[in-house]
Design a binder for this molecule. Structure first.
Ligand code: OGA
Ligand code: MN
Length: 290
C-alpha cells in the first residue's frame, strides 16, 4: 500500500507504493483522499504518466474541473492546462512571449481557482520536461499558519468572508482577455475553512483574495497581506525541485503555491495540469464559528 515520507515539518509527503497510471482500487482511492486530508501536498516520483492516464486519475478522485482560461476565452470545456513554455518538440516560447508573461502570474502565492464559485479541491501536476536551473514550485500551508495565530486572532477572522477576483490579481502582471474576464466575476468565499475529515481549520487567501466583505479597502488589504505574509515565511516553504516523471497533488482548500520562476529563453519546461473540483461553494460549507 502507500508508503509516506514527510517533506516538511508542517505538511507534505513523498508517496511510493502506487502506480497512478493504472486503474485504482476503491481502497487506493480512499488512501489517496486520506493522504490529501493529512499531508496537503503529495509527491509521487517515477510515474509513467500520459494525458489519458492523468484524466482517468483525475476522474477517480472526483469531478474534473474545466480549465478556466480556455473555457473563458472560447466557451469550450478542456481539462488540461499546460504549465511552462513548450509548444512542441522543436518550439518553445521565450520569456517575453505574452503567454510566458501571463504565466508569471503563477509566481504569486495562490490557490488554484479560489476565484471560482466552486473552487478546486486538488490540482494534479505532472512534469515532462524540467529546466536545468529554476522552475521549482513552492508550497506553504495555511493550516499550519492558522494554527500559529493566537486564539484572539483566530476568533477575529473565523466568521469573515472574502472576495476572490482573478482580474484583480492577474492584471498586476498581464492584461486579461475580455471574454475570460467576463467569465470570472468576483466570488465571495469563507476566509476560514474546516477540513471535513479531520476537523482542522485553515485560512484561505492568496493573491486572488481582494477584500474582506464589509471592510474598507485599506483594512482589507492590511489583513489579507498580513495573512499571506504570515503563511509564507521562508521557513514555512517546501520548494519542490521537479524531476521528469514526478506527479504532484496539492490540496487547494488549504495550501498556497507559486512558481519560483526560470529563464524561459534558456530552458524548456513542460508540465500538464488537471484539477479535481471541490464539493460546492465555500459558503455552503458549515460555519467554523463556535
Ligand atoms: C500551477 C502553478 C506554478 C509553477 O501549476 O497551478 O501555479 O510555475 N504552477 O510551477
Ligand atoms: Mn497554480
Amino acid at each position: 500500500m502507500l508508503s509516506l515520507a514527510p517533506l516538511h515539518e508542517d505538511f507534505g509527503a513523498r508517496v511510493t507504493g502506487i502506480d497512478l497510471t493504472k486503474p485504482l482500487s476503491s481502497q487506493q482511492v480512499e488512501a489517496l483522499h486520506d493522504a490529501i486530508d493529512t499531508y496537503s501536498v503529495l509527491h509521487f516520483p517515477d510515474q509513467a504518466m500520459t494525458d489519458e492516464a492523468q484524466l482517468a486519475l483525475t476522474r477517480s478522485l472526483g469531478e474534473p474541473e474545466p480549465e478556466h482560461v480556455h473555457f473563458g476565452k472560447t466557451g469550450q470545456v478542456a481539462y488540461f492546462g499546460t504549465i511552462g513554455n513548450v509548444v512542441d518538440a522543436e518550439t518553445k516560447r521565450d520569456g517575453d512571449h505574452p503567454h510566458s508573461v501571463s504565466q508569471r502570474g503563477n509566481n504569486m502565492w495562490h490557490s488554484d481557482s479560489s476565484f471560482r464559485l466552486v473552487p478546486s479541491y486538488v490540482s494534479i501536476l505532472h512534469a515532462y520536461e524540467v529546466p536545468g536551473e529554476g522552475g521549482e514550485t513552492e508550497f506553504v500551508s495555511q493550516r499550519a499558519a492558522y494554527a500559529r495565530l493566537d486564539p484572539a486572532e483566530q476568533a477575529e477572522i473565523d466568521g469573515l468572508h472574502v472576495l476572490h477576483d482573478y482580474v484583480f490579481s492577474r492584471t498586476k502582471v498581464a492584461p486579461v482577455d475580455p471574454n475570460h474576464a467576463a467569465s470570472l466575476p468576483p466570488i465571495e468565499q469563507r476566509l476560514v475553512r474546516r477540513n471535513p475529515a479531520n476537523g482542522l481549520k485553515n485560512y484561505y487567501v492568496g493573491s486572488h483574495a481582494r477584500s474582506i466583505i464589509g471592510w474598507s479597502g485599506v483594512d482589507s488589504r492590511r489583513l489579507i497581506d498580513r495573512l499571506n505574509e504570515a503563511a509564507a515565511r521562508p521557513e514555512d516553504v517546501y520548494s519542490h525541485r521537479f524531476t521528469e516523471g514526478d506527479t504532484l497533488f496539492w490540496d487547494n482548500r488549504c495550501v498556497l503555491h507559486r512558481g519560483a520562476g526560470y529563464d524561459a529563453n534558456r530552458w524548456r519546461r513542460y508540465m500538464r495540469q488537471t484539477r479535481v473540483a471541490g464539493h460546492g461553494p465555500t459558503l455552503d460549507e458549515p460555519s467554523v464559528v463556535a
